[in-house]
Design a protein around this ligand. Structure first.
Ligand code: G6P
Length: 467
């Protein structure tokens, strides 16, 4: 693709650190960053977003940070404390996040800050307008920026705009609890192409569009919207599977893997952001039920649960952190012996070699969210299993379940069913394990994150040619 790409996401793919009084800006790894880095590099375009809290950065250091950000072709949108509170913590993460994950029970009783959500989205749109050149393609990402496509369209009527939603689009009945639902959909419909991970989210959005605006997309997903055509498409995001496989094969990772495997204990692994959508409490209770339904696994199985801290200034997350710690304590208290603890709980981020070694060492990987847009851990695990072994237990409510049908699929709300799935995984014959794992690996290798980005951008480009 020849056009320059302007990527717009709430977070920039950078980490800003201060060491010995000198700020350094480095590229962060993982998720979205990996998928978009190649098109960002190739097109010579810009990435517009929030560089995160620049805590500890003095005004003198700021020029240095700006220079380094410019070298990476990124454009920082700095948020004030009030904007962080109202736009990021309140509206994006205390309102839109629970709505998109079917958790209206987590909503605050009184919501304020939509005006700030709009004004921050407008600042992102202003930055696009400032840097946009004729022919550029604008690609906006995720629930923090739902209004940006329409706000860019107001500023640059003929801009080529794509929007991708990384979280689920909820069932309309849940979405309609938002008082300003029309306005949010109008925001997204400012794009030429709107992408979702799965057919289900795509279907929910189409239903919302029909019920709110009486606009019906045709069988190709094309909707007529205020004298424009907007295409609604399905593009399941993935990972760089080849990169995971090669990093998992590194010698140090192999050494660590052996350290984590012990002959006397089978290893269950869970790796999540500490988010209430990830189903950690029910997963822990499923483990407890395993010990009750199949006591032979006591002292034979251990769960390593990594919970990466996240959004810890949002109330619902703080409460959730306490809930998980207390449940870990209760279960360990109930079942531990002087020589065995059933749950090893790690509440911090872990370096990538530890992550890869945990993937490689796991007998069973537990990915049991109550609702998840895609879930990349479910894809990283098979990509890292260069030995073609290990079993993936996957929630049917993760977007990844549509593609990873060789996992053992579970309903995470059915705690006893999940306990039985763990038992089944632990007793599965090696031939079946390998057969399933090979097929999982094939799936993640076939359609990787580079193909995801190419197919989205190819579709956006194709729409131009059809005009
Ligand atoms: C999810 C969202 C992303 C977000 C990420 C980390 O994957 O879809 O948009 O960046 O979580 O959350 P944070 O609030 O730290 O950016």
């Amino acid at each position: 693709m020849d056009a320059r790409l302007l990527i717009v996401s709430n977070r920039l793919p950078v980490t800003v650190k201060v060491e010995d009084g000198h700020p350094t800006v480095s590229r962060s790894v993982g998720g979205l960053t990996t998928g978009l880095q190649t098109p960002h590099d190739r097109s010579g375009g810009l990435w517009i977003g929030w560089p995160g809290d620049l805590e500890g950065i003095t005004p003198v250091m700021r020029a240095d940070v700006d220079r380094q950000l410019a070298e990476l072709r990124t454009v920082p949108i700095c948020l004030t404390d009030r904007e962080v509170t109202l736009f990021y913590e309140q509206i994006s993460n205390a309102v839109l996040w629970p709505i998109c994950h079917d958790r209206i029970d987590r909503l605050p009783l009184h919501v304020e800050g939509w005006d700030v959500y709009e004004s921050v989205n407008a600042r992102f749109a202003d930055a696009v307008a400032e840097h946009h050149r004729p022919g550029d393609v604008v690609w906006v990402h995720d629930y923090q920026l739902l209004r940006v496509p329409a706000l860019v369209r107001e500023r640059i009527p003929d801009a080529r705009i794509g929007f991708f939603l990384h979280v689920p689009f909820p069932n309309p009945e849940i979405f309609f609890t938002l008082p300003n639902r029309h306005w949010l959909v109008e925001g997204m419909m400012g794009a030429d192409l709107v992408g979702f991970h799965t057919r289900r989210y795509h279907g929910h959005f189409r239903a919302a569009l029909r019920r709110l605006f009486s606009v019906e997309a045709d069988s190709n997903g094309i909707a007529r919207w205020r004298s424009r055509r907007v295409k609604l498409g399905v593009f399941p995001i993935s990972i760089d599977a080849a990169d995971f496989a090669s990093r998992a094969a590194a010698r140090e990772v192999g050494l660590k893997t052996r350290e984590y495997q012990t002959s006397s204990l089978r290893l269950l692994v869970g790796i999540d952001r500490l988010d209430y959508s990830k189903g950690i409490p029910r997963r822990l209770v499923a483990l407890k039920r395993l010990f009750m339904l199949h006591p032979e696994w006591r002292e034979k199985v251990r769960l390593i649960q990594v919970a990466v801290p996240t959004r810890d200034r949002v109330d619902a997350y703080r409460r959730f952190r306490r809930e998980v710690s207390s449940l870990v304590g209760q279960i360990n208290g109930e079942f531990a012996t002087p020589t065995w603890t059933p749950i090893q709980y790690i509440h911090r981020s872990i370096p990538s070699d530890v992550l890869l070694a945990l993937y490689r060492a796991a007998d069973v990987m537990l990915v049991t969210p109550l609702r998840d847009g895609m879930n990349l851990v479910a894809k990283e695990f098979p990509a890292s299993r260069i030995d073609d072994d290990g079993v993936l237990i996957l929630s049917e409510f993760a977007g990844a379940a549509d593609e990873l049908t060789d996992a053992i699929l579970v309903n995470p709300y059915d705690v006893d069913g999940t306990a039985e799935a763990i038992h089944r995984a632990l007793t599965m014959e090696v031939t079946e394990r390998r057969h399933r794992m090979r097929r999982l690996r094939h799936t993640v290798q076939e359609y990787d994150v580079h193909r995801w980005a190419e197919s989205f951008l190819g579709e956006l480009e194709g729409m131009r040619n059809e005009e």
